[in-house]
Design a protein around this ligand. Structure first.
Ligand code: SAM
Length: 308
């Protein structure tokens, strides 16, 4: 290709290595990704190029005029192609940032979201207010282990159990636990909801970001989500609440009296979930918390000292 190729040309960073500088490739690739419907195409192109060159994204800004070698272009091209097919950036990079963690991610797990960082924040605030030391927590549907590992890393939690019914997701959680040095404090178990939790085993906190997308909404999802992330991590039956109903029905058996229930749900589900929690007769101080964008996204409640 020649030095004049643009995103609309259908050409790409092929051959003619000398004509491609860092700046020119960044610009071309960003426009190409945006043309393919990628929301932040320019930013993603920078991440992919930095990854291909084995450098930091901001370093690219210091090397605008550096010509790229053929081998570097060869390394970059398949990454760009994958993102253009709407594979999530995090799966291509194999990493996702979550609070203080840099997690391994791939198609076996949901990519942790910023809203879930706020769910962790809500639990940490509660722990601070309780003034407790050596607390315990259970994370139901742990996926990458994002919530469980963050609580063990950032909070006064000496024992955190993460459960998931997906053996594949747990493989990823184990990789993340091993990378984190939190192995002794984080126990990962395979099982449907509370089945891997012993009868009578209770925690100070039970937290969950369960699957809650209604099956009818599958067609509304971005390709990055609907076509790439695991369905078992996304969908909660016809109205999205199937997993949450089972979770709420049993959660009281595994929370100590006065302990915290914290669950992330869809913005249109908080009232229904708060009602499910109230109907158990096991909770008080049932409240809805909003995310940083102001959307109601979390239901929190305290386990009654004595169930009614
Ligand atoms: C929305 S993802 C959350 C992953 C991670 N906790 C996070 O916040 O990024 C839901 C997780 O719950 C798991 N899951 C779905 N149904 C489950 C069930 N009935 N019992 C246990 N885990 C379940 C899925 O495999 C998936 O890893």
């Amino acid at each position: 290709m020649t030095g004049t190729a643009g995103a609309g040309s259908g050409n790409g960073p092929a051959g003619d290595a000398e004509s491609w500088t860092v700046l020119r490739l960044m610009r071309w690739s960003g426009a190409y990704l945006e043309e393919k419907g990628v929301e932040r195409g320019k930013l993603d192109a920078e991440h992919l190029l930095a990854h291909a060159l084995g450098t930091e994204r901001l370093q690219l800004y210091l090397e605008f005029d550096r010509p790229l070698e053929a081998a570097e272009l060869d390394g970059f091209r398949p990454l760009l192609r994958r993102r253009a097919s709407r594979e999530p950036l995090q799966y291509i990079l194999g990493r996702a940032a979550f609070r203080e963690l840099d997690l391994h991610v791939d198609r076996r797990v949901l990519i942790p979201r910023p809203e879930t960082e706020e769910l962790v924040e809500a639990v940490l605030e509660w722990a601070r207010e309780e003034g407790g030391e050596g607390l315990t927590a259970l994370d139901v549907g742990t996926g990458t282990g994002a919530i469980a590992l963050s609580l063990a890393l950032e909070g006064p939690f000496h024992h955190v159990v993460g459960v998931d019914n997906s053996a594949e997701a747990l493989e990823v959680a184990r990789v993340n636990r091993d990378e984190s040095d939190l192995g002794e404090r984080v126990d990962l178990r395979e099982g449907f909801l509370f089945r891997s939790v012993r009868s009578g085993e209770t925690f100070d906190v039970v937290v969950s970001n369960p699957p809650y997308v209604a099956e009818s909404e599958a067609g509304d999802l971005q390709p990055e989500v609907g076509e790439w992330e695991p369905g078992g991590a996304l969908f909660g039956g016809p109205d999205g609440l199937d997993v949450i109903r089972g979770f709420v029905a049993e959660v009281g058996d595994h929370l100590r009296c006065g302990g915290l229930l914290a669950v992330e749900v869809g913005a249109d589900q908080t009232e229904a979930v708060a009602a499910l929690v109230a109907d158990t007769g096991q909770f008080e101080e049932i409240r809805v918390r909003r995310d940083l964008a102001g959307r109601p996204r979390m239901v929190l409640a305290r386990r009654l000292l004595r169930a009614s």
